[in-house]
Ligand binder design. Sequence first.
Ligand code: B16
Ligand code: MG
Length: 219
Amino acid sequence: MGWIVLGREIQGVIFDLDGVLCSTDEFHYLAWKATADELGVPFDRDSNNRLRGVSRMESLELILEGRGGDTSLSLAEKLHIADEKNARYRDSLSSLTPDDTSIEVVATLNALRTRGLKLAIGSSSKNTPLILERLALTPYFDAIADGNMIQRSKPDPEVFTLAAAKLGLSPMNCLVVEDAVSGAEAAHAGGFLAVCVGDAATKQAGDVNLTTLSGIVEL
Ligand code: B16
Ligand code: MG
């Protein structure tokens, strides 16, 4: 008998990246905070929770809602603002080293691999390859699905469906691990069980809600 979680036989685990395997969510917050300040839009950590799992351009649209759905900006101006935010964010990423990968994350990934489970990344971020490389996490994964490979970001299930297909597994046989409410919604829309940590766990968005990532090995 394999690993049974909530009545399903689990053969693979698909991890969100920002906010689950690394704390780059704080870098996103600081970079968007600078953008919001320039735009004169109120923005705090609570507002930032709405951007979790959401693509860069959709995040900007959510921030612009703080200007009453401002329609005065052209697409070119929005792309420029998003590029500036990404440059600030990538500056922060350049400080990351393998030492920023927590012992808990490494122990959890090793424990799951030792059980023979397939592991994948399912992230909305176009910076996924850079982050995985800087944190020395790339070798832990059998498949990577990220923001460079999809048309629709979370809460659409596309990135998780792609990750499962790359693993050669059915969504029924995979867990998705998420910190975003939009990510838990994406998992459910794709037919996956959602294991949540962080903001999404606080909001009870998952089928399982954990206080810490390593709790997954106890399921
Ligand atoms: P980028 P995840 C998501 O990553 C972040 O949660 C979200 O805040 C960000 O806007 C999105 O990636 C796009 O990121 O600007 O780097 O392409 O949580 O799905 O791993
Ligand atoms: Mg996330």
